[in-house]
Design a protein around this ligand. Structure first.
Ligand code: NI
Length: 147
């Protein structure tokens, strides 16, 4: 491990308490280790070069009554039709909508489209899982061979 540096963060008490409980229940031995893993995962998701092919599964929770947002999400799909593979809309209740969008293509284009989606004003929760398509295909080819 390289030299450690100390960092001081300002975090809402409720968020910190929930995180500490998750650390306790998860596999990390302490808060610092858990935060380091999160930072590494985040950096990994940003580190692909523009030529790498990735899949992004984007999850958005938003208020059904935010009509402008519904339209913006639909327009986003048209604007980025070359990397938007599919989307799923689920009415979670009277007021809440869940949208799952699957994007696939070059890392830089997929990342830009993903960040635009998650950053739309009115999104209550936005999450993304990136997968390295090239690495997965290489692995699959190695495992099953050709034919
Ligand atoms: Ni809905």
């Amino acid at each position: 491990m390289s030299e450690l540096t100390r960092a001081s963060l300002s975090i809402e008490r409720d968020l910190m308490e929930r995180f500490d409980r998750a650390v306790e229940e998860g596999g990390h031995s302490n808060r610092s280790e858990a935060i380091r893993d999160l930072m590494r995962a985040h950096l990994q998701s940003l580190s692909w070069g523009g030529s790498a092919r990735v899949v992004a599964t984007v999850t958005l929770l938003y208020d059904h009554h935010a009509r402008r947002l519904t339209r913006q999400i639909e327009e986003h799909g048209h604007d980025h039709h070359d990397v938007t593979r599919s989307s799923l809309h689920v009415h979670m209740g009277a007021d809440l909508c869940l949208e799952v969008v699957i994007l696939c293509g070059g890392a830089s284009e997929v990342k830009a489209a993903t960040q635009h989606l998650v950053g739309l004003q009115g999104v209550l929760h936005g999450g993304v899982v990136y997968s390295d398509l090239d690495a997965a295909e290489a692995h699959a080819a190695g495992q099953w061979g050709e034919g």
